[in-house]
Design a protein around this ligand. Sequence first.
Ligand code: PLP
Length: 384
Amino acid sequence: MALREIPFGKPIIGDEEKAAVARVLEGTTLTHGPLVKRFEAGFAALTGAPHAIAVSSATAALHLAYFHLGIGPGDEVIVPAQTHVATAHSVEYLGAKPVFVDAERETGNIDIAGIEAAITPNTRAISVVHYLGMPVDMHRVMAITEKRGLFVVEDCALAIGTYLDGVHAGLFGDLGAYSFYPVKHITTAEGGMAITRRDDVAEGVSKERAFGIDRDIVAERPIPGQYDVQGLGFNYRLNELGAALGVEQLKRVPAFLAARAANYDALQEALQEIPEVETLASSHEGFVSSHYCHLAILTPALAAKRYEIMASMKRAGVGTSIYYPHPVPLMTYYREKYGYRDGEFPNASRISDEGIALPVGPHLAPDDMRYVADALRTAITEVR
Ligand SMILES: *Cc1c(COP(=O)(O)O)cnc(C)c1O
């Protein structure tokens, strides 16, 4: 019998969110309304972004980024091996080729020396992921890309509250993409946000998320139907229900981040006492993590029993996860299309094959972390 129920992730939807959604349903505006604008303004204020554009998912934001930047067939985009498939799929959508680079062993972020080695005359852009919320060293990435005129797209799906030297993730490159899927830092059920410092990117992406229509429906189209389309676009809008959730969720961000940091520190301390477990580096001078989750990397012998360990923890009431199940280039689609093989991405494979993601979300308290660590320790003893 489990003494506690500790789900891996759990969205926190309070009375404020429920009331805000109900107000939208009682009104007349389900889309193209004021709440999307309010959510965008709030997200811009939170991150310090000059522009924030709400979209239907992080994947949509990434797709729009490469679309707007003109990436297409014949182009190569350097992509981290250790990420969600969306990071690579968004490059594939344009007919461009993702070129995968292994992770750094210490952080799980893209190996920066590996980026330089992967650049060819066809390289047009570099994509980075702030893995589990730990910032990529963007100063080094930008030093590489600026001298070669390459674009940089930041996948910030796990990076609300990720800072490097006081600058929020997503503001180093050409565009940063956020996710509001339920297990992420905040949720709009499905939803995303693009942030950018570039005025031209903001203007283009905000049109391209809505069919390429050249005018804002609220401000500039008092009479319906008065618009032109000067370029291709998609239907990647966020609706007012999602935005209503988002506006309320934004108010909780400081408390969410504080809870995550406290839980992470408590779990880090407890994990130090388990010799079979290694963790990723979580802080350096100037690097602030968003603490998406913790990662326990097992010794290779124990890793063979990872699913038994996870099942045992589940019986103790502790939900765990895997981020992510395989390095993206070793997923069947990419492996078959580009001929990648086992062993080519050793650091990403170590994290994917030997890691167990542990919860630190704001639905939990530091006291739960001792329980999580104890459940892991007991599970390790059981499978031995
Ligand atoms: C969750 C996630 C995504 C996808 O986000 P959606 O909003 O579901 O499209 C992309 N990249 C990373 C790193 C993620 O963790």
